[in-house]
Ligand binder design. Structure first.
Ligand code: NAP
Ligand code: 8YV
Length: 325
């Protein structure tokens, strides 16, 4: 990029202030959120777009990118970039960046909170108190973490931090991933059903996308069994949602704590109506501190590219420097 030029950037939705303000300093920003007719807006700006800042609410598909012949970078707000067709981008010389590591602690904290809330029914108990029912009789006794083995599905950046926190609970920890993770002391299961048979808690923290779609299916839930608890902080697509609803209804498993859903922000009424679930609106990283850090990394990636430097956190599908278009 030429230093004095302000490249055209598409902002696909409303973002945290650090991104909104950061991109305004460097780019000519085209805000899709302000468009009355999104298709007409995209048709008009696409030929000029050289950079996209996006946050998962707008799928950055091959069809979108191929209308942008000048596109060079897609900066994703979030470590998971399953809403960006990174493979297509990589094959067309476009770099995709994400926001790894800066959210590990927050997501791990939320995962532990969701696990304990699911087992100890703390949201339900609070609702009970507010409804004045405590004056009638004590809240019933609940399940516990005390007698459980925990299986983590995904032992990457966040899975490792979750495991570190869980060590403080003195419970056995095992994990599933395609390859054993270097340097971790826990037992590795290459087979998810085999691990589900041996544990009482499954915590999902793998990427979304075709390779993990519905990997937690009816067979896995059956193997987890009637004392089993599923915690999903990964992506809704990782769990076969209808199979999960059936498993919760039929007591094939005991309970679930879910931060993510197949068709966000839609949550199946069947889940909302259930007592043995705790449901969160995709908030695992949603604090001012962490979202600011994620936003800063989006801006830093874009600024590095705009200054002709290497993007800071390119994803594996888009090696840097890029191949020619
Ligand atoms: P990461 O460092 O890339 O780790 C991913 C882990 O998943 C690795 O252990 C990987 O091991 C395993 N994995 C990948 N594909 C797999 C497959 N097909 N089968 C089994 N295991 C597989 O990613 P991270 O930074 O920990 O983030 C993980 C994901 O968490 C993100 O992609 C995002 O979707 C989700 N997330 C959600 C929230 C939220 O708000 N709820 C927040 C942050 C992240 P192998 O490659 O050896 O299989
Ligand atoms: C964000 C996430 O909520 O990083 C991720 O993969 O799922 C979350 O941290 C999301 O990306 C915001 O769009």
């Amino acid at each position: 990029m030429i230093a004095t030029e302000r490249p055209d950037l598409l902002l696909t939705g409303k973002m945290v202030p650090v991104v909104e303000e950061g991109v305004d300093k460097l780019f000519t920003v085209h805000r899709l959120a302000n468009a009355k007719d999104r298709n007409a807006f995209l048709a008009e700006v696409s030929p000029r777009i050289r950079a996209i800042a996006t946050g998962g609410q707008f799928p950055v598909t091959a069809a979108i990118m191929e209308k942008m012949p000048k596109l060079e970078i897609v900066a994703n707000f979030g470590v998971g970039y399953d809403s960006v067709d990174a493979k297509w981008a990589g094959a067309h010389g476009i770099v995709v960046t994400n926001t790894p590591d800066v959210l590990n602690d927050e997501v791990a904290d939320t995962t532990i909170a969701l696990l304990l809330n699911t087992l100890r029914e703390l949201p339900q108990a609070e609702k009970y108190l507010r409804a004045g029912k405590w004056r009638e009789k004590p809240y019933p006794l609940t399940n516990t973490l005390r007698d459980r083995t925990i299986g983590i599905v995904g032992m990457g950046r966040i899975g490792k931090v979750i495991a570190k926190r869980l060590e403080g609970f003195d419970r056995p920890i095992v994990y599933h991933s395609r390859k054993p993770a270097a340097g971790v002391p826990y037992k590795h299961y290459p087979d998810l059903v085999a691990m589900a048979k041996d544990v009482d808690v499954l915590i999902a923290i793998v990427p979304g996308g075709p390779a993990t779609k519905n990997m937690i299916n009816a067979d896995v839930l059956k193997a987890l069994g009637p004392n089993g608890v599923l915690i999903n902080v990964a992506r809704g697509s990782v769990v076969d949602e209808p199979a999960l609803i059936e498993a919760l209804k039929n007591k094939t498993i005991l309970a679930a704590g879910l931060d993510v859903f197949a068709e966000e922000p839609k949550v199946p009424q069947a889940l909302i109506d259930m007592e043995n679930v705790v449901l969160l609106p995709h908030v695992a990283s949603a604090t001012h501190w962490t979202r600011r850090a994620m936003g800063q990394l989006v801006v830093d990636n874009l600024a590095a590219w705009a200054a002709g430097k290497d993007p800071i956190t390119p994803v594996v599908e888009t090696p840097w420097p890029p191949k020619k278009k």
